[in-house]
Design a protein around this ligand. Sequence first.
Ligand code: AMP
Length: 413
Amino acid sequence: MVSSVKGTFDLFYPDIKKYLLMEECARKIFSLYGFSEIRTPILEHTELFSRSVGDETDIVKKEMYTFLDKKGRSLTLRPENTAPVIRAIIEHKLYESPRHSRLYYIGPQFRYERPQKGRYRQFHQIGIEIINDPFPLIDFEGILIAKELLNSLGILEVEVKINSVGCKKCRQNFISILKDYLNKFKGDLCSDCNERIERNTLRVLDCKVASCQKVIENSPVIIDYICDECKEHFSKVTQFLNDFEIPFKITPRLVRGLDYYTKTVFEMTSFKLGSQDAIVGGGRYDGLISSLGGPDIPSFGWALGMERLSLLMEDSPLNDNLLYLAWMGEECLKFAMECASYLRSKGVEVVLEGSLRSLKNSLKRAERFQANYSLIIGEDEVKSELLTLKNMRNGEQIALKLNEIPNFILNGE
Ligand code: AMP
């Protein structure tokens, strides 16, 4: 037997239902905010990620699925979707079209990470990008949309953590201050962080190693060093959040693992998820489009991890309405087929199987299908046109005319 690749998984019933529900809710909410979908290829030139995500980030240094194709070109399975979306925006000059300034994506991403609960090598993200709007309203709305999506899926207990990482100018100043501070504690920092001091200084603040955490606890915080423009931007975003009563926590050492962020960064976490507690992560990246060869226009976006969301949705009810159609003899089959066709046309999900079974075996089969209902059609039912509908959850039976069944199943009437 050939098994699936480590860190990847197959998705099927009932989990796939959650994914479909997430996608449905996301599409509904995004369209209310004027977004349209973009689908970019899973394969991109490696350079796209080294230039945008950053050569010194963990993603580019250690986690990418990179290979040479038959012509010796270096290609990478996308580890995230922002860079591909921005590439598409530049390539098709979509930045000239306001209709394309609000895009969303849903799809698989690939990172060679150590698999654990909530962390996989192929995982799936839902994300948005808002192009060419520098104003704090966008940062606020971006966060609001993520919150609405989670709420619509019944996930209410999430913490919104927010920070500003400043702009290119003021961040540079802070990085040198942080470097000076960290250099004093080199002996207490893990070997990864020792490397990060020079190459990816901010990322040290993200380290979970206990001895590093001790050093980080007393480190200078970026918010004390950002310029006036960045300060004002941040205070407007937090003011909107307050005005619209979205609870948030300013988290002065929140940075994100990717290089391209500027000003607002945020994360949504759930204490129910254990160590991999981030469900949504994102922020503003005003320099990304120009760094990839496009015009100097700002953007904002976030990505949500569908696997983590699916873990939180574990107990949500699956709104199935599957009906198993049990037919009791060759003479009933044509009528059963007509019933199935009618019920499907009214939106009821119907399974009709080819093998003739006894009533007892049909009901067993309905149970194994995890059907909510079974509909029993025998000679008597064909004659009387009153069909027996059995609720497989509580065993109750009711006699209904065919045209009464859809309303009964779909609306409980
Ligand atoms: P990032 O692209 O790293 O900002 O991640 C955004 C979100 O994607 C995170 O908050 C997680 O929910 C999810 N995510 C990132 N990496 C993984 C992974 N390896 N496995 C599962 N989910 C992930």
